[in-house]
Design a protein around this ligand. Sequence first.
Ligand code: S3P
Length: 428
Amino acid sequence: MHQIVRTAARWRAVLSVPGDKSISHRALLFGALASGRSRITRVAPGRDVASTADCLSSLGVRIEREDGNAVVVHGRGPSGLSAPAHDLDAGNSGTTIRLLSGILAGRPFPSVITGDASLRRRPMRRIVEPLERMGGRIETSPEGTAPLRIRGTRLTGADLTLPVASAQLKSCVLLAGLLAEGRTSVTEPAMSRDHTERMLDGMGVRIRRDGLRLELEGPQTPRSCDFDVPGDISSAAFLMVAAACIPESELTIENVGVNPTRTGILDALRRMGCPIEELNPRTLQGEPRADLRIRTASLSGTDIDGDLIPKIIDEIPVLAVAACRARGRTVVRDAAELRVKETDRIAAVARNLSAMGVRAEMFEDGFAIVGPQPLRGAVIDSMEDHRIAMAFTVAGLLAEGETRIEGTECADISYPGFFDLLSGIEYA
Ligand code: S3P
């Protein structure tokens, strides 16, 4: 599939975005480990979260879909999971394969988890090594990738220091620790998104934080809990950058999750000169949320690096688009993790910016763009990566002439309805 995108002006709208993908995965997984019934509302409707639900169903967990995006998970505690009859398919979803591996490594049955071609290229040794330190037995391909063949053994807690700030890795070992015997501690080099800690805490799990170190004692069974998922700030980011750059725009996005480990895009846009308002701030079930109001602004370049990177990691492709509009130099460094996302996102940004006539300097761990530079309509390759497809759709809204985005079906991974929403705003 492809989409044609044309220059936009005067975006005026009040809207909402789908539920947060990271929180939705966790609500399903933790609900399955709990004993009792957890009702989750505004679950992310995309394909990634459907992969988690399908894997859980294959493990014997009953998940009932209600009207809208509500689901009820009937948890029967960790021992309620049963051996799957076939290989589990995590599709495109890194969060599904990594978090589920942490759970399955310590269950008393074998399992195999695999995924699509993109997921089968992504690094899995980073989870296998710490799980092995806890007694886990997991085989990868010779390249250290999926399929993962999990033997299923009794795990014991360990003290682990992680080499990268990755919430998927941290959550994988926390879940393994939750079901293992004894104490597990995890220390990460910088703070990654902390939904796992917040949500487990809300489900009665005793988990302590001391700076970048987390500690819990296993085994523990979470309490079932109803959960209302806030809007996904990573999806809102595309609309925020569009509204900041499209002339004479004002956009309000209601009920967006503003957990401080996720709000790097707000920090970055504010530093670039776009004053984003946070209206009606409130916290529900440990996760802060607010309505975000964005108006068109004249942007200037900024530096994005260090501890800010994990807080903005998924928004960097669309930030590159904002950088083309900003006066001066925008430099992103310390973001080598982008090379191992759904695609190599540094290479994908370089290739598509160049197709649109933008000169950018690329580094192993980031890029530099000196703006403002005009964007020219072009043919864009999504590389089957949802965030690349949507970031360059925003570029198309800002470009002169027509942009054709190839391979747009991948937007359904995190944001089904993205293109319908855009045509609705444009012609409203
Ligand atoms: C996620 C963590 C991030 C992010 C991904 C979702 C999660 O990856 O890029 O889209 O749900 O835990 P890291 O594991 O690199 O933090």
